[in-house]
Ligand binder design. Structure first.
Ligand SMILES: Cc1cc2nc3c(=O)[nH]c(=O)nc-3n(C[C@H](O)[C@H](O)[C@H](O)COP(=O)(O)O)c2cc1C
Length: 196
């Protein structure tokens, strides 16, 4: 499979970026091909301007060159993996803008469906799993990503992998060191790539 790996983080030395690296190592080991779309590094502009505003009467509207390039990258892929930190119980703004602009009318929805078979979301969560789930934020995020985004664009095979406790503030009584915890998270990213 050819997988488009969309990464959203302002720093290339972040845990998110390391996760993306381990994930792609897993993909390669399993014989997959991939292309990285590092939205910050590539200077992706998340602001939707009039040229990329959908025209409900014209699904073939000529969108901006940047959007057309991103659509081509998706067309050249069988699947997409998104790797990003959870910011305010959602995706970073640059990724929201990617959906606003690239997953556009006539390409991802309306008379068309997003032309990929599957989507995986690797979401880094600062909080512990217990704290995150206490207010059911996992359900909120799953509903948003699996139903609001993947489902709406016709991709049924969509799964969210939460990577918890990414800041390393462990719950009291926990035995694991930060080092061991981050190593386990990176191994999990590799496993998700390897079993993609
Ligand atoms: C603007 C912002 C908003 C955040 N919102 C949340 C949040 O809603 N829930 C949460 O668990 N962590 C939140 N965090 C923590 C990040 O998820 C955490 O810093 C990140 O997963 C760590 O990975 P990184 O080192 O690659 O950035 C937020 C961080 C930032 C900077």
């Amino acid at each position: 499979m050819k997988i488009l790996v969309v990464v959203a983080h302002p720093r290339t030395d972040s845990l998110t970026s390391s996760m993306a690296k381990r994930f792609t190592e897993g993909l390669t080991e399993a014989g997959h091909e991939y292309e990285i779309a590092d939205l910050y590094a590539e200077g992706f502009n998340p602001l939707l301007q009039p040229q990329d505003e959908p025209d409900w009467n014209n699904p073939n509207k000529a969108y901006s060159d940047e959007v057309l390039r991103e659509m081509d990258r998706i067309r050249a892929s069988d699947a997409i993996a998104f790797i990003f930190p959870i910011w305010w119980y959602s995706v970073p703004a640059i990724l929201k803008g990617y959906f606003d602009r690239v997953w556009n009318y006539g390409f991802a929805y309306g008379p068309a469906k997003l032309p990929v078979q599957k989507i995986r979301w690797i979401a880094l969560v600062g909080e512990t799993q217990a704290k995150f789930e206490k207010r059911e934020y996992h359900l909120l995020v799953q509903q948003h990503l699996n139903v609001g985004l993947a489902g709406y664009t016709g991709v049924q095979d969509s799964n969210v992998h939460f990577m918890y406790n990414t800041i390393g503030e462990f719950a009291e009584g926990r035995q694991e060191t930060n080092e061991a915890h981050f190593a386990a998270l990176l191994n999990e990213a590799y496993r998700i790539g390897h079993t993609f």
